[in-house]
Design a protein around this ligand. Structure first.
Ligand code: HEC
Ligand code: HEC
Length: 367
């Protein structure tokens, strides 16, 4: 706990403010009152998680297995028994997350897409992509009215971080650009979420999103990445006897476990210093370090077991205010159940599919 507090103090010291989004005072928004989070900070947290999932998958799964000559990522992964491309991983994950209906939506887009579905969907999106291509140091943000709702939208640059991004896109028959270089902005991640309902006038005032909405968004992304990794990578590869997942994956020709993948995403997102932290915990941990570390976590795990659709939440202060939500972590695939039930260190051996196996604790620093 001490570490976590120290961690947040560091984060707060590093938090910087991007462009302010201005909205009309009295605008009907999602704010619960005093302790909200600015929309741009919320978008930064959401982006940090999306980007962390993309990085963890590209670096520790695709690149690592390619370097070890074990597996490659291919566009026709279903037919080839290969790994999904990073863009396909993000696409399936965003479809799962978007369909949860929490209000948040995100996707990958580009001015020069391989898949025409990934073209910008509005003039502003197109302008945003041009803007982040010229100036990749900050996201491009705006507010837009759709029907009777106002939405906050942001585009973050998606850069060619490895040679494989460049070589695959430049040589792809459907790519409309063949001269990408390492470091170039190849496209962007668009994020949008609702700000509030009807208001005829364009919004013009400081705008905040309530913390429980922000943790719902962060959790929706995490949960979707977790599901894609468990189902489309681990379960599929194990069923087809292609590769196994193991705790000691580093030393082995193996995939990391779903829990380890989630923790990797967490470590990468934490490094972005946006005031976000998360943990995977359980009342029946295989690794004792993943047990509850305080009475709140213990209580939260007991509650999400009884009420498995609601997160358990608290607002707490240690000089600075924080908001924490513990979401149930369910056995979404059979592999969760069999591996935990059979694991020699598991204190519980009768998990069934859909059972709550633990919780994902999402903590955010408030302003
Ligand atoms: C082996 C080939 C391959 C590699 C490697 C690859 N991509 Fe792609 N990328 C694709 C394909 C195919 C799509 C279209 C996926 C779809 O159907 O939406 C795509 C989609 C995208 C898109 C959405 C726009 C579009 O082109 O449809 C972006 C942005 C993108 N990739 C960036 C990257 C970056 C950045 C990297 C490196 C981290 C990368 N790609 C690595 C093949 C690749
Ligand atoms: C192949 C084995 C395997 C699979 C599949 C697996 N887990 Fe785990 N899980 C583990 C191991 C081992 C740990 C401990 C990792 C560590 O050392 O932190 C763990 C950790 C966890 C934790 C943290 C508490 C603990 O037990 O240490 C939760 C919660 C959890 N897994 C849930 C799941 C869910 C939900 C799924 C399916 C989406 C899943 N696991 C799939 C082996 C597995």
């Amino acid at each position: 706990m001490k570490n976590r507090i120290r961690f947040f103090r560091n984060i707060l010291a590093c938090t910087f403010v991007l462009a302010l989004i201005l909205v009309e005072p009295g605008f009907a928004d999602l704010t619960s009152g005093k302790k909200g989070i600015s929309a741009h900070k919320a978008a930064n947290m959401i982006h940090a998680v999306i980007e962390a999932g993309r990085t963890a998958y590209s670096k520790y799964i695709v690149n690592r297995l390619h370097e070890k000559k074990l597996l490659v990522a291919t566009e026709r992964w279903r037919e080839d028994g290969g790994l999904l491309l990073p863009a396909q991983f993000l696409k399936i994950s965003s479809e799962i997350s978007n369909s949860r209906g929490v209000g948040l939506r995100y996707r990958l887009t580009s001015l020069w897409p391989i898949n025409q579905e990934n073209l910008p969907r509005s003039e502003t999106e197109k302008t945003g992509l041009e803007e982040v291509t010229r100036n990749p140091d900050k996201p491009f943000t705006w507010v837009v009215q759709k029907g009777d709702m106002w939405f906050y939208e942001a585009i973050y640059p998606d850069k060619a971080v490895t040679e494989s991004c460049v070589s695959c896109h430049n040589s792809h028959p459907k790519s409309s650009k063949a001269d990408f270089k390492i470091g170039d902005v190849m496209g962007g991640i668009v994020i949008d979420f609702p700000l509030g309902t009807h208001s005829q006038k364009a919004p013009t005032g400081a705008f905040q999103v309530s913390p429980e909405v922000v943790t719902d968004y962060v959790h929706a992304v995490l949960q979707a990445d977790r599901k894609v990794y468990s189902k489309y990578i681990v379960q599929r590869m194990e069923e087809q006897n292609i590769i196994q997942s193991r705790g000691d994956w580093k030393e082995q020709k193996a995939l990391m476990l779903p829990a380890q993948f989630l923790m990797k995403v967490g470590q990468i997102a934490n490094r972005r210093k946006v005031g976000l932290h998360f943990d995977l915990i359980s009342l029946w941990p295989i690794n004792p370090r993943n047990g509850p570390t305080n009475t709140f976590e213990k209580m939260a795990l007991e509650r999400v077991k009884i009420h498995p659709v609601r997160p358990y939440e608290r607002l707490w202060t240690d000089r600075k205010p924080f908001f924490q939500s513990v979401y149930p972590d369910r056995a979404v695939t059979n592999s969760c159940v069999t591996c935990h039930n059979d694991h020699p260190a598991s204190p519980k051996r009768d998990f069934k599919i859909n059972d709550v196996m633990g919780g994902i604790a999402v903590t955010i620093a408030l302003e």
